[in-house]
Write a protein that binds this ligand. Structure first.
Ligand code: FES
Length: 144
């Protein structure tokens, strides 16, 4: 069996939603301490719906494929629906990733969550901190 599924190869060679959104409503940037890769996600949110999403990454092929798929999965969804999308769902939608590449899909999930948290913070919208458990151990948002 090939190491990477056709879907991974498709999203890696032809990634969807690459770029930036000017005046985005939410921006999330996360990094993976182990591999040093960085992922940035921009969201446009209207009336609780994610109307547009773009991403940029200094990441490996699996990170590119995961973010491409994740952006496709959250586009047009409500914030609550987007928060429910886990890296596992992204990996399933990609028809799998090799075990040592699963952490790359975590980067995509974390960037989406960080962008949503940024939207909440910017607009003073109260939220359940439990939704963002990783943020406690990451000082990133405190920087801006
Ligand atoms: Fe770092 Fe894939 S190796 S995100």
């Amino acid at each position: 069996m090939a190491l990477y599924s056709e879907k991974v190869m498709d999203h890696f060679t032809n990634p969807r939603n690459v770029g930036e959104i000017e005046n985005a409503d939410g921006v999330g940037e996360v990094g993976n301490a182990k591999c040093g890769d960085i992922m940035k996600i921009y969201l446009k949110i209207d009336d609780n719906i994610i109307t547009d999403v773009k991403f940029n990454t200094f990441g490996c092929g699996s990170a590119i494929a995961s973010s491409s798929m994740a952006t496709e999965m959250i586009k047009g969804k409500s914030i609550d629906e987007a928060l429910e999308i886990t890296n596992k769902a992204v990996v399933e939608a990609l028809d799998g990733l090799p075990p040592h590449k699963i952490h790359c899909s975590v980067l995509a999930e974390e960037a989406v969550k960080a962008a949503l948290k940024n939207y909440y913070d910017k607009n003073n919208i109260p939220y359940d901190k439990e939704l963002f458990p990783d943020c406690d151990s990451c000082a990133h948002c405190a920087d801006h």
